[in-house]
Design a protein around this ligand. Structure first.
Ligand code: HOZ
Length: 415
């Protein structure tokens, strides 16, 4: 009834084999399938669930909001609550527009950048994924990379021709492109820590160079922090690296598990958005009160306990990554790990993974075997080499030790 049995391709087990479990319940760091199997979850709904599944305060906030009405298609105080939290955490954002997904957020930010600069071209990076709008499905990561689809059927060449896809972590490629398309590039959009070719970090100085070059060229720098916002630090990758972009897109954690996206920046740019300005963007369920309540409660809890939650997430993820690396080494398996805070990926490779080319060279068959061996032991990772895994505040030291132990048992079986 549903194509591939999934409502988003990354959920299918195409890259790892077998049928995905049908999930019926989640609590804390655990999920259960329809057959009654329990899994320790490192997907966290692909990033939003930093507090774990069904966090009681979030459930209560959503329940209370629902009793007052599910949707009005009108302004509500709940939108202002979430806007205030986002603006306080991301100081360059003076105005923010809420939408219903990360795809909508990035698509709208691109339109806004084109409206503001009156330029046509955009730069994105190979292996970065910014949702599934036409202009951004060029050399994209995530499910597109997993399925080996070069672009997407149905995207007109005429629409993709203004998207320039460059290698990540390569300043020279940026400089060359700017001299070739002098004065024509509206924006550079980047996941400041990439999550969608697996987790890949910027090399030292790369973000600074992106900022410097885009400023010099009058091009807007868009940080796609859908995955990294409130994840790698409370104030996202821009706080972690101390770089201020021109526009930021958000999603995932800001919805606390319900569908929310957002884009924002200085008033001078965001005032271009209708009804204030000529750039049109709209949505029946934008700012939905249930989603705003889930997001507001999540961000408030994170803000209250940020000095406790983020260092703990950092420590536990570090423990997990080094324990699994050690187990791989002992089993003679070539494994690399990239990590930023509580997002991470293991790559089955001999050399460091720093861009799409190095990610694409990984042994995806070994990844598949490892994934299945871990799943058999009740550990649920993202079913693709080209995705990030996440820890939540609900994971415990015991969970980490259990996962390392499962990896230790799995590695010898996958060679
Ligand atoms: N951004 C998510 C992880 N790559 C994608 C989730 C999805 O496509 O369903």
């Amino acid at each position: 009834m549903i194509p591939g049995g999934v409502n988003s391709p990354v959920r299918a087990f195409g890259a790892v084999g077998g049928e995905p479990p049908i999930i019926v319940r989640g609590e804390g760091a655990r999920i259960w399938d329809a057959d009654g199997n329990e899994y320790l979850d490192y997907v966290g709904s692909w990033g939003p669930l930093i507090l774990g599944h069904a966090a009681p305060q979030v459930v209560e906030a959503v329940t209370t909001a629902a009793k007052n009405g599910m949707s009005f298609g009108a302004s509500t105080p709940a939108e202002a609550d979430l806007a205030e939290l986002v603006i306080a955490a991301f100081p360059h954002i003076q105005k923010v527009r809420f939408v219903s997904s990360g795809t909508e957020a990035t698509m709208s930010a691109i339109r806004l950048a084109r409206a503001f600069t009156k330029r046509k071209y955009i730069i994105k990076f190979e292996g970065c994924y910014h949702g599934h709008s036409d202009a951004l499905l060029v050399k994209a990561g995530s499910g597109v990379a997993t399925l080996g689809i070069p672009g997407s059927a149905g995207v007109l060449e005429e629409l993709a021709q203004f998207t320039l896809a460059l290698p990540f972590n390569d300043v020279k490629a940026i400089e060359q492109t700017f001299s070739r398309f002098n004065g024509e590039i509206a924006c550079v959009i980047v996941e400041p820590v990439v999550g969608n070719m697996g987790c890949v970090l910027p090399v030292s100085g790369y973000m600074e160079s992106l900022r410097e070059i885009t400023k010099r060229e009058g091009t807007l720098l868009i940080f796609d922090e859908v995955m990294t916002g409130f994840r790698v630090a409370f104030g996202g990758a821009q706080e972690k690296y101390g770089i201020t972009p021109d526009l930021t897109t958000l999603g995932k954690i800001i919805g606390g598990g319900l569908p929310v996206g957002a884009y924002g920046g200085p008033a001078e740019i965001v005032n271009m958005v209708a009804p204030l300005g000529p750039m049109y963007q709209a949505g029946t369920l934008s700012g939905n009160p249930l989603a705003m309540a889930a997001g507001t409660t999540t961000l408030r809890l994170l803000r209250e306990k940020k000095n406790e939650i983020y260092p703990r997430l950092n420590r536990l993820t570090q423990q997990l990554v080094s324990g699994v690396l050690e187990a791989a080494k002992d089993a003679g398996v070539a494994l690399q790990a990239n990590r930023a805070g509580s997002m991470f990926t293991w790559f089955f490779a001999k050399n460091a993974v720093t861009d799409w080319n190095s990610a694409a060279q990984c042994d995806t068959a070994a990844f598949g075997r490892f994934f299945c061996a871990m799943l058999d032991r009740g550990i649920y990772f993202p079913p693709s080499q080209f995705e990030a895994a996440f820890l939540s505040a609900a994971h415990t030291e015991e969970d980490i030790q259990r996962t390392i132990q499962a990896a230790r048992q799995s590695f010898p079986t996958i060679q």
